[in-house]
Design a protein around this ligand. Structure first.
Ligand SMILES: Nc1ncnc2c1ncn2[C@@H]1O[C@H](COP(=O)(O)OP(=O)(O)O)[C@@H](O)[C@H]1O
Ligand SMILES: [Mg+2]
Length: 398
């Protein structure tokens, strides 16, 4: 292998797909290390593939987004081999992460899914359909951001990944039904594929498990994947519902855009954060060392909770909040009050903002009051970094 291509010194191999090989290389002009993708030499003489390679550079070149790989340069080696220089991404692609069995937390998975959705939604907003969304084309960097790669099939004419020779490049596993039939595809085809990727990321199983190309294509067209919750009952039902809708066979029944998917995933992320803060809070036992509540106090707590529930059921959220706060004042560990408070808060956003400000001030005050304020904050403002910080401090006994 030529160790130098244009102004790039090749260092080692990073990965490989159906179209090309990607190397780590040094840009001798700018002195930085980059990723160099080269069209495979056995494909290099195929005119449609050369065009496709150019189109990839053009597609990525139009896009500037934190969740999409950045392209720097393109060129041709003296022997005619096409290459493109991209930002170097250090990390693992999603294929690797899934194969390793994924010791990622659910919250981490949801974050990755949100980033994929943001990148894809952005590409769609710029008129770019990716058409080859699959785990190998998504890179989770060590530094943090998730990047969508490989726009090699983006904006090709109709026909998806089926080339003129009728050969499918790479895997058909995440293809949409319309793509599998060779029909024209739009954003909604990418939404289907992203749904397939999410499905596998959450269950570690492929949605369509045919053993041959044709059986996979057949399943995509006519087979419903095993329900996500059957494979992984621990997952939040609304997360499964979102993925399920993304994978609807009929494009018009899928979410209209990736923005909608982002919104739904963000709701799930907030819910997980709440649950985790709440657990962090419940680990804090009262500073008074578990002093038991008198029967009279317990009776009052029950009354507040009962009234709060009734208000909640009647849609009187402000009143429900009042009651639950009273209950939590008497017993910051009252799970039932916390639960209703949590659900009520989701209904009355405005009310809660003012409350958060007030509670943050109180959380810095005298011990008992601070504790109670924190109990409520953990539920009311789980995403607020100040709350997370307070909880951390408390757990460290400060
Ligand atoms: N910019 C990059 N930085 C690091 N690794 C990359 C980069 N681009 C691609 N890779 C790795 O190389 C593999 C193949 O790249 P890809 O663009 O998907 O090529 P193909 O079109 O042949 O599928 C990817 O799955 C990924 O693991
Ligand atoms: Mg690829």
């Amino acid at each position: 292998m030529a160790a130098t291509v244009g102004r790039y010194d090749i260092l080692d191999k990073l990965g490989e797909g159906a179209m090309g090989v990607v190397y780590r290389a040094r840009d001798t002009t700018l002195g930085r290390v980059i990723a160099l993708k080269m069209l495979s030499s056995d494909l290099n003489n195929e005119e449609d593939l050369r065009k496709r390679f150019d189109r990839e550079v053009e597609a990525i070149g139009r896009l500037s987004h934190a969740n999409i790989v950045t392209v720097y340069d393109k060129g041709q080696a003296p022997d005619g081999q096409l290459y493109m220089a991209m930002e170097l991404l250090e990390g693992s692609d999603l294929r690797d992460l899934i194969e390793k069995g994924g010791d990622l937390s659910l919250a981490e998975r949801v974050r990755i899914m949100i980033e994929i959705s943001l990148g894809l939604g952005y590409a769609h907003s710029k008129g770019v359909v990716h058409r080859d969304i699959k785990p190998a084309n998504i890179l989770v960097t060590r530094a943090g951001p998730v990047k969508i790669l490989d726009f090699g099939l983006a904006r090709l004419g109709t026909g998806g990944t089926i080339t003129r020779r009728g050969v499918i490049l790479g895997t058909p596993d995440y293809m949409s039904p319309e793509q599998a039939m060779g029909k024209p595809v739009d954003n909604r085809s990418d939404i289907f594929s992203a749904g397939g990727v999410f499905y596998e990321f959450l269950t570690l199983e492929k949605p369509f498990k045919g053993k041959t190309l044709h059986s996979v294509l057949y399943q995509i067209l006519s087979h419903e994947p095993t329900p996500i919750l059957t494979l992984n009952p621990e997952l939040p039902a609304r997360l499964a519902a979102t993925v399920y809708r993304m994978m609807h066979k009929a494009p018009e029944r899928r979410p209209d855009s990736m923005e909608i998917v982002v919104k739904e995933l963000e709701d799930v992320a907030a819910m997980l954060q709440r649950a985790s803060n709440r657990n962090a809070f419940l680990r804090l036992r009262p500073s008074s060392g578990g002093k038991s509540l008198s029967e009279a106090t317990r009776a009052r707590i029950r009354e507040h909770v009962a009234r709060g529930r009734a208000h909640f059921d009647g849609g009187e959220y402000a009143k429900a909040l009042q009651e639950m706060r009273q209950a939590l004042k008497l017993d910051p560990n009252c799970e039932e009050a916390a639960e209703v408070l949590f659900r009520t808060e989701q209904k009355s956003q405005d009310d809660s903002r003012a409350r958060v400000t007030e509670l943050l001030a109180r959380a810095a005050g005298p011990a008992d009051d601070a504790k109670q304020a924190l109990a409520e904050l953990a539920l009311l403002a789980p995403d607020d970094p100040r709350v997370a910080e307070l909880l951390r401090d408390r757990n460290q006994g400060r």
